[in-house]
Design a binder for this molecule. Structure first.
Ligand code: RB5
Length: 145
């Protein structure tokens, strides 16, 4: 199950991504927002992040205008590694190296075609399981500055 959420800036792209997931036969749970009316992104980012951190959903996708606000909010939730990706290399690398569990994108930054490629790479690329990457993820989890 994929958790998905957005604010008004990401609403239209979220509809496109959900349709794409459906075509791929992937189930998703939509945490809103449910209209293009202006709203505040932190609550939607938090809802998706908790669904992933609690194990209710395997991965999450968050979309706002830039992707920045939702990624900042998501990364405040313990256990979340949200990656802001606007290119294919980063989407693949963040799965392989960071075991990122949430993909953040900015609908005002990239087009729909690239966004769907990024979604596919993010969902289809496994974590490398290499010790050096696992160690670095542990170090992130252990840090409480
Ligand atoms: C909304 O205008 C915009 O600020 C929001 O979608 C996002 O880009 C914030 O980081």
């Amino acid at each position: 199950m994929i958790a998905i959420g957005c604010d008004h800036g990401g609403y239209q792209l979220k509809q496109v991504v959900m349709e794409h997931l459906k075509e791929r036969g992937l189930a998703c749970r939509d945490f809103g927002t449910y209209s293009p009316d202006p709203c505040d992104y932190p609550g939607y980012a938090r809802a998706v992040s908790h669904a992933v951190a609690d194990g209710e959903c395997e991965k999450g996708i968050l979309i706002c205008g830039t992707g920045i606000g939702v990624s900042i909010a998501a990364n405040k939730v313990p256990g979340i590694r949200a990656a802001l990706c606007h290119d294919c290399f980063s989407a693949q690398a963040t799965r392989e190296h960071n075991d990122a569990n949430i993909l953040a994108m900015g609908a005002r930054v990239i087009g729909e075609g690239l966004a769907l490629k990024i979604v596919d790479l993010f969902l289809d690329t496994p974590f490398s399981n290499q010790e050096r990457h696992a160690r670095r993820i542990r170090l992130i989890e252990e840090s409480d500055d």
